[in-house]
Design a protein around this ligand. Structure first.
Ligand SMILES: C[S@@+](CC[C@H](N)C(=O)[O-])C[C@H]1O[C@@H](n2cnc3c(N)ncnc32)[C@H](O)[C@@H]1O
Length: 916
């Protein structure tokens, strides 16, 4: 069966070439479009660059640390303006008055006066705002954890070859470790899109301070939690979309998220506003001078958020408040809430990029426009009549070929150089109403009469405006329920159509868009579809896991490029086209106006940016993208070599807190009902790298050593190595490494610790619940620490045509459940996703094959590529056994399993003869 699958899979690339060969032999030429078979392609951004970010695994060598950044608010707006007491605003006011009086030039006087004026404006105040004139953000570098490419997956499966083109397929320039460390944040690489794990504040600060991306983002779409209810924020499980507020079981156990949640909402709405204002300030710094930001928010907080945005972006830069209709839920309210809002601001309203986009006009009375296309004309033009009531209600009843039109005003508002003369229409003299003029000169008006565009309505004349003169109308700020048209993958997902409209209004292909609230990645998905570059950030792993899958398995139309060398930045191709019924269906449409007819000119043309030409023979897939995360840099030598979460002083208190928890909950679950109990837990007398020592109650009475991983981030190999060295030297009997997450090489070190460092070691998974403090009321002490398993894999090998072929089988996974505290073995086919790097280099994980067992995740791509690929290939991608591959340069593989909570569990395995 294996051999058969292999052969079939080999042949699925051949179909394409075989067909082309036959054509070539026969000497046939095909028309441009028909000649191309269906194949997958990606958009590239050849002219865009990004500063090199090093790969995970090099962080121990990374030395380019930066000080935390301080951001200041406009001090004239922050403190409450209150003159009847000792208030800093009063001092400020007096200092501005002094500045005005002492100003040497008119400009400086004006500047001081406008500052003075600003402090007298009303503004929104909340607890803690006045005291918070500035705030600090740690400036952390980002490291590349994963490189993903749908095309690489397709190519790997097609060829089973070891040599993937890393530059082309993954966008990976393959820098040496030395270069990654030395040239990090200096050298410019080709652009790749980016999915970033981390708090948006820290990540945006990194983009600004490490990468100098200030002023380079064209559009930001932000869909923050609507309020402070837990359920409105997060989805804890990859496959479970409903979240109930206050239900502990639903709370995610991810430390970053829990920390963000606790830090953020400590003071309820006050903290919420501070949270938003800080992030909006960094968004403003990232936006280009022509850029726009959209913030999606419900009516619970829209009034506050708008005031905060007025303050951060300036009232004058407000563009629109868009009403986004949604399905109203059945609640006990008197009148249902049926819309959310999108607040749209420009960085600078005078230089804002704006592209017109359109909606279809409606026959009858337009629901949002109120326009009345309520007349109709027979195909021979002889009959003109109002629509019947039935036709207005159901335009499908209008007889075929009849043209809907509306009666519009033939006069212009301005009377300047227009003839106000009498107009003879069918023997009767008409005058424009007082203060108005005919919309064109007398010759023009005569031409309108000749063209049967003028009719009498009794006392007045009207202009006949056919719906097909221009079937579209610029969109307004009331948007219909665009959500109805999409299937949601995430509990709080935005409809792609909504973000698409925002993107079309404010960006061009090739522009950079950012979403600091990624969720299921809708902004990235829409940006990918429309050839925009993207960066998206989320603090939680569950949404990122959903976004990764969504992007990896998506297909898009191939919009033809004007200039292949430039990629999307060179623009898309738009053409004028009509269908069999004579309807305009292209991206360029004529726009017949009264002026065109009156002046006997050809109609004007409008470009419909969302209707570029497509090549149906190409299936476009998501271009290469990376998963990155901010990781604290290692501390300096003078900090005892202990890794911390970025600031040395935090480590002390973190270790103390962990020690306290361990004392109160000294039981480790080992699985299979076995437990280990500690006693006499205390910090070691003198230590370089250990966190605690203890005795094992049910073990030998020899002390064991304990080391805690970092508060945020994963246990590194260096930390384990140093702890093991010291524990061995001090003759402890065993080392326990306790962490929230662990890097694969650290896990590997622990599993081989006796051979490498002379002491046995165990990795203990700490449940992040303990970071949640009082948020989680019913924490059971036995639920805190557990020893959880790794993905269990089997590597099969057999001789192939060109050398040895390998296949990896995922046997299962030991999943630790922090609520039931059980370590359950789960079968391979029950995991939401697993990935295979067929040539793991100990640094970044290249996703060469991606599996979503028992799901139809790849179904879309499979359908789009039609019969060009063999069924066996798709079976692999929905299963637990990889497609065959050859060993690569590093002769080792890595398997990453994503569990239900978005946690990543990684194993690395050497292939025969491997060992770099
Ligand atoms: C309402 S959802 C966004 C949904 C998204 N528009 C979509 O279509 O899927 C908000 C997201 O913001 C994330 N989030 C909240 N606070 C954050 C922070 N400080 N940094 C980064 N992400 C954050 C949450 O994890 C959540 O996934």
């Amino acid at each position: 069966m294996e051999g058969l699958q292999l052969l079939q899979a080999e042949s699925w690339g051949g179909y394409v070439n075989g067909e082309d060969n036959i054509m070539a032999k026969k000497g046939l030429k095909r028309s441009k479009k028909a000649s191309k078979p269906i194949h997958s392609e990606v958009y590239k951004h050849p002219e865009a660059t990004n500063l090199l970010r090093p790969e995970v695994g090099t962080q121990a060598q990374f030395r380019k640390k930066k000080e935390p950044a301080t951001y200041r608010y406009d001090s004239s707006l922050s403190p409450a303006l209150n003159y009847d007491g000792q208030n800093s605003a009063r001092e400020q006011g007096e200092s501005f008055i002094r500045e005005v009086l002492e100003a040497k030039t008119l400009e400086t006087a004006k500047a001081a006066a406008s500052k003075l004026k600003a402090i007298s404006k009303p503004f929104l105040n909340w607890a803690g705002k006045a005291e918070r004139l500035s705030f600090n953000v740690p400036t952390l570098p980002m490291f590349v954890h994963e490189r993903l490419s749908t095309k690489a997956i397709i190519e790997t499966l097609k060829s089973h070859k070891k040599q993937l083109d890393f530059g082309d397929l993954f966008g990976d320039p393959r820098h040496s470790i030395a270069d990654q460390v030395l040239k990090a944040y200096e050298y410019r690489d080709k652009w790749v899109n980016r999915l970033v794990l981390g708090d948006s504040l820290v990540v945006m600060n990194s983009l600004l301070r490490y990468e100098g991306l200030g002023g380079q983002v064209q559009m930001i779409y932000m869909d923050p939690p609507y309020g402070i209810k837990f359920g409105s924020n997060f989805q804890p499980f990859v496959r479970k979309r409903d979240v109930s507020h206050g239900d502990d079981e639903d709370m995610t156990r991810e430390p970053e998220m829990v920390k963000a949640y606790r830090d953020t909402w400590e003071y309820g709405s006050h903290s919420y506003l501070t949270y938003l204002r800080d992030r909006l300030l960094l968004c403003r710094d990232l936006l280009s001078p022509s850029g726009s930001i959209f913030v999606q928010i419900s009516d619970e907080n829209v009034h506050h958020v708008r005031e905060v945005m007025d303050e951060v972006f300036g009232k004058e830069n407000f563009s629109n408040q868009i009403v986004l209709k949604k399905k109203s839920g059945l609640t006990a309210l008197k009148i249902e809430h049926s819309y959310d809002a999108i607040l749209w601001y420009a960085k600078n309203i005078d230089s804002q990029k704006f592209r017109k986009i359109f909606d279809d006009k409606e026959v009858g009375i337009g629901e949002t426009t109120g326009m009345r296309y309520d007349q109709v004309e027979s195909p021979d033009g002889k009959i003109r009549r109002p629509l019947t009531k039935e036709e207005r209600e159901n335009p499908e009843l209008i007889p075929s070929g009849w043209r809907p039109f509306k009666l519009s005003n033939p006069c212009s508002m301005s009377s300047a150089d227009r003839s106000g003369d009498a107009l003879n229409f069918e023997g009767k003299i008409y005058y424009p109403p007082t203060g108005r003029a005919w919309a064109s000169h007398s010759k023009g008006m005569e031409r309108l009469i000749e063209e049967r565009r003028i009719v009498s309505t009794g006392k007045n004349l009207a202009y006949v405006l056919y719906l097909d003169d221009f079937t579209l109308i610029p969109i307004t700020d009331i948007w219909p329920d665009l959500l109805m048209r999409t299937e949601k993958v995430f509990v709080v997902q935005t409809a792609p159509k909504v973000i698409e409209r925002c993107m079309m209004l404010t960006t061009d292909p090739g522009d950079l868009v950012l979403d600091p609230t990624c969720g299921s990645g809708t902004t990235a998905y829409v940006a990918e579809e429309w050839g925009r570059r993207w960066i998206t950030i989320d603090t939680s792993r569950v949404p990122l896991a959903l976004a990764r899958q969504r992007l990896l398995t998506a297909t898009f139309p191939w919009y033809e490029l004007k200039d292949n060398e430039k990629g999307p930045a060179g623009g898309f191709v738009y053409e004028r086209k009509q269908n069999g019924k004579g309807e305009e269906v292209g991206g360029i449409v004529p726009h017949v106006t009264l002026k065109n007819i009156a002046n006997n000119e050809p109609p004007e043309e409008e470009v419909l940016f969302d209707r570029p030409e497509t090549d149906n023979k190409i299936v476009r897939v998501t271009g290469p993208f990376v998963v990155e995360a901010t990781i604290p840099t290692p501390v300096d030598i003078d900090n005892d070599g202990i890794e911390d979460s970025g600031t040395g002083e935090q480590y002390g208190s973190f270790v103390e807190r962990m020690l306290e928890v361990l004392r109160q909950s000294p039981v480790l679950e080992v699985g299979g009902g076995k437990k280990v109990s500690f006693k006499n837990i205390r910090p070691p007398a003198k230590t370089l790298s250990l966190s605690a020592e203890a005795l094992v109650a049910n073990g030998q009475d020899k002390p064991v050593a304990i080391v805690f991983g970092p508060e945020s981030g994963a246990v590194s190999e260096k930390l384990v190595h140093e702890a093991a060295k010291e524990a061995n030297l001090k003759r402890y009997s065993h080392l326990y490494v306790i962490g929230f997450a662990i890097q694969p090489n650290a896990r590997h070190f622990i599993d081989n610790c006796e051979a490498v460092a002379g002491i046995t070691a165990t990795y203990v998974q700490a449940t992040p619940d303990l970071m949640m403090g009082d948020l989680l009321k019913n924490m059971r002490s036995s639920q805190i620490f557990s020893v959880c398993g790794l993905p269990e894999i089997k590597v099969h090998s057999k001789a192939g045509k060109d050398g040895k072929q390998y296949q990896v089988e995922l046997l299962g996974l030991d999943v630790f459940d922090p609520v039931t505290m059980e370590v359950a073995h789960r079968k391979g086919e029950d995991v939401p996703a697993w990935f295979l790097d067929t040539d793991y280099n100990d640094l970044c994980f290249h996703v060469c094959q991606a599996f979503f067992p028992r799901t139809g995740a790849w179904e879309n791509l499979k359908k789009a590529l039609k019969s060009t690929h063999d069924e066996a290939v798709w079976e692999h991608l929905a299963g637990t056994k990889s497609a065959p591959f050859e060993a690569g340069e590093y002769k080792q593989i890595s398997v990453k399993v994503i569990d239900d909570r978005g946690n990543e569990l990684v194993v690395v395995k050497k292939l025969e003869g491997g060992g770099k």
